[in-house]
Design a protein around this ligand. Structure first.
Ligand code: SF4
Length: 701
């Protein structure tokens, strides 16, 4: 049969850049995708991952198609209908809560959930189940940046717009490889540099990455020494007089203490700690000092650290002392990993947050949200964060866990410990699109979810830009949108606040909850997004439109309206190299794969770029271990082992090795899972785990 060709607008479901996509369906219903030429983010461009999204949509071979349940831990999973599955989930949740209290259950969700889904699961857990045990894999990604923004600017608010890229003349790219991980955003930086060759680009990374090929200066620092480096750059800026005294005096607090701290460490000593030449630190400072527009870009190299918040503070300080914020081409600019980590943060999608940037610890804020939801009160203590949820399973304080759209047995640090913890759970629900989700063998109930293009909703990208995603195809079998599953579960629990007929109604409710806050989008609705395209929040009124840049009036969201220049000084790492484990392991992404590969791993074209996991090791470290390029090596650490082939390269520092994060047990083998090796260090403030500093030994296998 033939149908009319159709085309739909959507947004890429991978990284936080948020590229606009046009999905075309031909008269046989076949799907192709192209970059939206009129989209303000990507102007028609797509990277390799986005370009191949239609293969992921069309290949249903690995998709979960119907609910499955086991009646006891030793029983096999068997097909059930939706009512049977959700009746059981409701009965188990009710009985656990009755016997052990609401904090004995938890939800672990994802920065890939749509805003409506995120909103509903938060309302369900915080408002109705009465626990704040709802955390997300954004804890592994952005929570240190969230705390960095809250502490310095008063709220979790990315101040810049992508249009600042074309207005900047100095970029500091810290702990990020945007050429591979945020490619379309990087294309814009490349083009800007091409047209304005005087633009300076500084890359800070222990590895020579693809992003370094555009850099004027690569500071190849020792892992974990970022804070020392940014404080040293701060010292140079002060000594050179390249600071903005008007901003410091009239719009910020904390400069004197900051100055005292940076002056404590000589440049010589900082250079030795960081393993970079003193002259290069001075050069970086002179690039920043000369800039009219200065953007600092960062990602996991800073966030995924036991000192992630302090690293964020030290970097944001460089924008504050130079007054490079709230003006064109300037500002701190965290690069979001996931497509809707921002939307999730906005609806309060973490154990430590409340909707619309309200403060979970503030009784008035809790009351506002409770009143809005029509419930008596909200739980007043922060819930368990990602790693704490699995510790809760381990120590028995959490009995039931509901996992949505994330693959913790590949992505969590110390994955073998997570496996052992999962075995102790009384009841596990796994809600996913893929039969390759590695938690399925541990699940008592498996719920098939609809994927990208099979449901509608909204997302927010790295520059606060909200977009509407169309549904353009049906989910396979009995799979349902995540929001629909949550609504059905809420009905089984007899909860009253979930009487929504559409996602549009869910979104309308959330928009009203933002009214009067700093992220007010009470003027926004689906109709506006569908007919006008994307908008940046705040968006209070259709006649005013969105907001490109925050803090142009230099009034911050802190109680006294002033930005806070804060620095704590570097602390020791949680684990230091030893005779047994002399090498530092750092981890990261590769260009053509996304997270745990349940989607990109299906695309033959994407697997060609780098077909199997590998270890980057410096030639001297390889030679002293008699390791040749391409040979299989055994990487061992305190918590486990990994076996992959060696890539001997001087692109990595001596003493440091690198593993990509993507491969897990199901796609390769138990011995290819990088998180067998990573540790349990977390940032004390953000609770974000450290994936960038574990100690290992490497030997020929
Ligand atoms: Fe998708 Fe990110 Fe690539 Fe854009 S840059 S196409 S959002 S993966």
């Amino acid at each position: 049969s033939t149908a009319k060709p159709e085309s739909y607008k959507s947004t890429c479901s991978y990284c936080g850049v948020g590229c606009g996509i046009i999905v075309n369906k031909d008269n046989k219903g076949r799907t192709t995708v192209e970059g939206d030429p009129n989209h303000p983010v990507n102007r028609g461009m797509l990277c390799s991952k986005g370009m191949n999204l239609h293969y992921v949509v069309e290949d249903k071979s690995d998709r979960l198609q119907y609910p499955q349940m086991r009646w006891g831990k030793s029983h096999p999973l068997e097909r059930v209908d939706w009512d049977t599955g959700l009746d059981r989930a409701a009965a188990v949740f009710k009985s656990i809560i009755k016997k052990h209290g609401p904090d004995a259950v938890a939800f672990y969700v994802s920065g890939q959930c749509l805003t409506e889904e995120y909103y509903l699961v938060n309302k369900l857990t915080k408002g109705y189940l009465k626990t704040n045990n709802i955390d997300t894999n954004s804890r592994l990604c952005m929570s240190s940046a969230v705390m960095g923004y809250i502490k310095t600017l008063g709220e979790d608010s990315v101040p810049i717009a992508y249009e600042d890229i074309e207005l900047a003349d100095c970029f500091l790219v810290a702990g990020a490889n945007p050429a591979w991980c945020h490619p379309i955003l990087w294309r814009r930086v490349e083009k800007h540099k091409e047209e304005n060759p005087d633009t300076k680009i500084i890359v800070v990374d222990p590895r020579v990455t693809q992003s370094c090929s555009l850099a004027d200066l690569h500071l190849q620092l020792n892992p974990g020494t970022d804070e020392t480096l940014y404080l040293a750059i701060g010292r140079c800026l002060i000594e050179n007089g390249d600071i903005d005294m008007d901003f410091i005096q009239n719009h910020s607090d904390g400069f004197e203490a900051y100055k005292e701290l940076v002056m404590e460490t000589s440049l010589e000593s900082a250079a030795a700690t960081c393993g970079v030449p003193e002259e290069d630190i001075k050069l970086a400072a002179s690039y920043i000092g000369d800039a009219k527009g200065f953007l600092s870009l960062w990602a996991m190299g800073l966030n995924q650290s036991a000192e992630g918040v302090n690293k964020n503070l030290a970097l944001i300080d460089l924008n504050l002392i130079t007054g490079h914020i709230g003006k064109p081409g300037s500002g701190p600019f965290s690069l979001t990993g996931q497509p809707n980590a921002m939307g999730g943060r906005e609806v309060g999608g973490m154990a430590t947050l409340l909707a619309s940037h309200r403060n979970l610890l503030n009784p008035e804020h809790r009351e506002e949200v409770a009143d809005f939801w029509g419930v008596d009160s909200l739980p007043d203590q922060p819930g368990k964060t990602a790693t704490q949820i699995f510790e809760g399973l381990e120590d028995g304080s959490i009995k039931a866990l509901w996992i949505i759209c994330t693959n913790p047995l590949v992505s969590m640090p110390d994955a073998r410990r997570v496996e052992a913890a999962m075995k102790k759970a009384k009841f596990v629900v796994v809600q996913d699109i893929s039969a390759k989700a590695e938690a399925i063998p541990y699940a008592d109930l498996v719920l098939p979810a609809a994927g990208w293009g099979e449901k509608e909703g909204t997302m927010t990208n790295s520059e606060r830009r909200i977009s509407y995603l169309n549904k353009f195809t049906d989910a396979p079998g009995e799979a349902l949108p995540d929001a629909e599953i949550l609504l059905r579960f809420a009905k089984k629990m007899n909860y009253s606040g979930f009487d929504f007929d559409s996602m549009e109604e869910v979104y309308a409710e959330y928009c009203q909850l933002t009214k009067g806050t700093n992220i007010d989008i009470s003027g926004l609705d689906y109709d506006y997004l569908k007919s006008n395209g994307t908008v940046q929040w705040p968006f209070t009124d259709k006649s005013k439109g969105g907001t490109a840049r925050l803090f142009t009036d230099r009034k911050f969201y802190t109680p006294n309206g002033r930005a806070q220049i804060l620095a704590n000084g570097p602390k020791n790492q949680t684990e230091l190299p030893s005779d047994d484990y002399p090498l530092i392991l750092t981890t990261g992404r590769i260009r053509d794969q996304w997270h745990t590969m349940t989607r990109t791993g299906k695309v033959a074209k994407l697997n060609k770029h780098i077909p199997s996991p590998f270890l980057e090791i410096h030639p001297k470290d390889a030679a002293s271990r008699n390791i040749k390029d391409g040979q299989t090596v055994l990487i061992s650490g305190k918590r486990g082992e990994v076996r992959v082939h060696a890539q001997v390269t001087d692109k990595i520092k001596k003493g440091v090795v690198f593993l990509p994060m993507h491969w897990g047990k199901i796609l390769q083998s138990d011995f290819s899972r990088t998180n067998n090796l990573t540790g349990n260090g977390i940032d004390p403030v953000s609770k974000q785990p450290d994936f960038k500093f574990s100690t290992v030994q490497v030997a020929k296998y």
